[in-house]
Design a protein around this ligand. Structure first.
Ligand SMILES: Cc1ncc(COP(=O)(O)O)c(C=O)c1O
Length: 393
């Protein structure tokens, strides 16, 4: 049966972060807002996945489990087929989530007081995690020219040169600016890391969600030397909309790093296997491709719908070209509102819950991030609300 991404599903009957009134009140001070924020999708997963989970539930025994060879192979085959990346089975490690992995990796790779480079505006938990470990955030802010962000390599090299800098934390593809970094850009980051002895954590959770005309390059495939200093965080969470099933993979080729990472995973007992996560992981990587291909068509159409909407109805707003991820990054600086005023305006006047640009760093002030992974009707309703609010301003 074909999935209908247009179907409206009441997500409030489960405790959903994005939609629950409780969470909307907590984050936006109002529950009367249409939510297009948290990066998950308002879509049902494939029937195959639902059937596989049901079958596991009906087995009825949920004692201790482990991740079998089938589990590793499902990941290996997906990445080889979709991205031409032959992951070595001995390089695969796991974590309950990508953010858990990043946190453990920061502890593995750096000491208190060390500096870690991020590229803002960027996914805000990055700086929070770095600070929570008493490490220092160093910003290699992205540059916006026209509708496209790029990396300031001179600045990156300056920051990398500092002996206190130990690590670069990448978002590849980049949340929220939607860039799918090219092989050449990744090579330049890798070369700078090699030159100054930095390690790289490459968060590639959005790697599958790339629009036509762009190619996701796993950082570790750029060269063997780069692979040796790269740790890649992967997850089926975004691709297949199973974030609450909490499962992530971490690819580490450097033996010393792998040992230290695994020691910390063991120390905090983070290696338990959840039966449902494991079934989902195998199911989606083995049998999820047809559903995912349909999803990508819908997401890309949503993006073009949004782009056209702004072009025709709100031409002063600038829609940054989304190359990958299902997030739109929109420049509303022409409204001349400071970060707080824009937030108030969007919540109170437009009655919308977006991720506000300044959450991603000072560089994002005046922007909003719109989650396009929803039925087109919802997207259209949100854009109409935004337009009406702007027009009556
Ligand atoms: C770049 C990036 N990394 C990590 C995450 C969170 O991943 P997880 O739920 O596996 O911790 C997100 C979720 O939005 C994300 O956008």
């Amino acid at each position: 049966m074909k999935n209908s991404f247009d179907r409206l599903i009441d997500r409030r009957i489960v405790p959903t972060e994005k939609w629950s009134k409780e969470k909307l009140n907590e984050y936006f001070g109002s529950s009367e807002v249409l939510p297009l924020w948290v990066a998950d999708m308002d879509f049902e997963v494939s029937n195959t996945l639902v059937e596989d989970l049901k079958e596991r539930a009906e087995h009825g025994v949920f004692g201790y489990e482990y991740k079998s060879n089938r589990h590793h192979q499902a990941l290996i085959e997906w990445y080889e087929k979709r991205h031409n990346w032959k992951i070595n089975i001995h390089h695969i490690h796991y974590a309950p989530s990508v953010l858990t992995a990043i946190s453990i990796l920061i502890e593995t790779l750096t000491n208190e007081g060390d500096q870690i480079i991020i590229q803002p505006p960027v996914y805000y938990p990055f700086s929070k995690i770095i600070k929570s470990h008493n490490r220092k955030v160093v910003k290699n802010s992205l540059r916006l020219v026209g509708k496209k962000y790029s990396i300031d390599f001179d600045d990156l090299e300056e920051k990398a040169k500092d002996p206190k800098t130990k690590l670069i934390l990448l978002s590849n593809p980049h949340n929220p600016v939607g860039r799918v970094w090219s092989r050449d850009e990744l090579r330049r980051i890798g070369e700078i890391s090699i030159k100054y002895g930095l390690m790289i954590i490459s968060d590639e959770i959005h790697g599958d969600i790339v629009f036509n005309g762009y190619n996701y390059t796993p950082m570790s495939t750029v060269s063997n030397e780069i692979m040796d200093r790269t740790i890649t965080c992967l997850s089926p969470g975004k691709t297949f909309n199973i974030s609450s099933l909490s499962t992530a993979a971490v690819i580490i080729s450097n033996k010393m790093v792998a040992e230290k990472y695994q020691d910390l995973i063991n120390k905090y007992h983070l290696n338990h296997t959840n039966a449902f996560s494991a079934v989902a992981f195998e199911s989606v990587y083995k049998n999820g491709e047809a559903w995912f291909n349909e999803l990508m068509i819908y997401l890309e159409e949503n993006y073009y719908f949004l782009e056209k909407y702004f072009e025709i109805k709100l031409p002063n707003a600038k829609v940054i070209k989304t190359e990958g991820t299902y997030l739109a990054w929109i420049d509303l600086r022409y409204l001349n509102l400071d970060a707080k005023e824009l937030q108030r305006f969007i919540i109170e006047e437009a009655k919308l819950a977006f991720d506000f640009g300044h959450w991603f760093g000072r560089e994002g002030a005046g922007f909003v991030r719109v989650n396009m992974a929803c039925p087109r009707m919802i997207l259209k309703k949100a854009l109409n609300q935004l337009k009406e609010a702007i027009e009556s301003k």
